[in-house]
Design a protein around this ligand. Structure first.
Ligand code: OXD
Length: 318
């Protein structure tokens, strides 16, 4: 039988999950062959055949063999892992719009509320059968949330926070006004914005410009009562400086979903700090059901030779 005109590699470093993504691809009959791989070796075997990769954490070594590759659709929120020097410049990279912001907005509000509703205090009292009616929760309404990175995810978090009465400030490269954000600061003015916030939420992509963006000086600029929430990438925050700030309680606490090294090593000090919440990179999960329709629409365009949607700017890194 003749090969179909297009060939897609579905790559996910877990076989069952790779198959779940592949099962939802319904290309027009005879137009697309679908290959599934969960290891670098399996991916390398089919790499010369494919013009499309639909993947997560694709091993860069396979690009050298993927001479026909024209399009990479990433399955996650961040594209930093995809923009490796091995990826040929002709390859168009597309992202997933609209999926992660709502998840992350719920995550951020949940953990802010975890703090204001003093969840740990009441649960601890319950375990001891203590009735602590002198301890009251705090209001979330009226507190100030600073979103560092006003892309689609940051804007969704900003809207959600504003809907529950939080005052929302933002930081972006341009400093341009954004609906629902009271004031947007340019990235160069980050340190002026930080002292105003009760919550600092990191949503910026990891690029050379944002690596280490939150270092000792930025942490020192935050209020001692403020919490840092990172749902973006670990290396945007200087982890050693953060541990130091948390130990000295120069900030109140941190909710961290991402780390310099993942999984967070067992011996890492962040595990043991009582003012830190560690979650295992789950604030914006990828599911085949949510990502599949985005890929399907672009696959139809690819087959019809129409321009792809949600193309990232490889120079900017997002
Ligand atoms: C990511 C994701 O890009 O979890 O980190 O989607």
């Amino acid at each position: 039988m003749a090969a179909a005109p297009h060939s897609v590699l579905v790559y996910y470093p877990d076989d069952a999950e790779a198959r779940r993504y592949a099962a939802l691809i319904r290309p027009p009959r005879g137009r697309v062959d679908v290959h599934v791989a969960a290891s670098a070796d399996d991916a390398a075997r089919v790499a010369p055949l494919v013009d499309v990769i639909y993947g997560w954490k694709v091993p860069p070594a396979i690009y050298g063999k993927a001479d026909k590759l024209a399009w990479l659709q990433v399955m996650g929120a961040g594209v930093d892992w995809a923009l490796v020097p091995e990826l040929p410049s002709r390859v168009v990279v597309t992202r997933v719009p609209g999926v992660f912001g709502p998840w992350m907005a719920e995550y951020v509000l949940a953990w802010c509320t975890f703090v204001t509703q003093r969840v740990e205090t009441y649960r601890a009292a319950q375990r001891d059968r203590r009735w602590i009616d002198t301890v009251l929760p705090m209001r979330l309404r009226g507190t100030t949330l600073l979103v560092v990175g006003l892309g689609e995810i940051g804007r969704t978090i900003a809207r959600t926070a504003s809907a529950v009465g939080m005052r929302v400030l933002g930081v972006s490269r341009s400093g341009a006004a954004v609906r629902g954000v009271d004031r947007v600061y340019r990235a160069s003015a980050l340190r002026r914005a930080l002292p105003l916030a009760d919550w600092v939420v990191i949503t910026t992509p990891l690029t050379p410009a944002t690596r280490g963006l939150i270092g000792p000086d930025e942490l020192a600029a935050m209020k001692p009562s403020a919490w840092l929430l990172n749902v973006a990438r670990g290396p945007i925050v200087n982890e050693a400086a953060l541990v130091d700030a948390l130990r000295r309680r120069s900030i109140a606490g941190a909710v961290l979903d991402v780390f310099e090294t993942e999984p967070l090593p067992k011996e890492h000090p962040l595990w043991g700090l009582d003012n830190v919440v560690v979650t295992p990179h789950i604030s914006g999960p990828s599911t085949p059901e949510e990502i599949g329709p985005v890929f399907a629409e672009n696959l139809r365009r690819f087959i019809a030779r129409r321009p792809l949607r949600h193309v990232i700017d490889r120079r900017l890194g997002y």
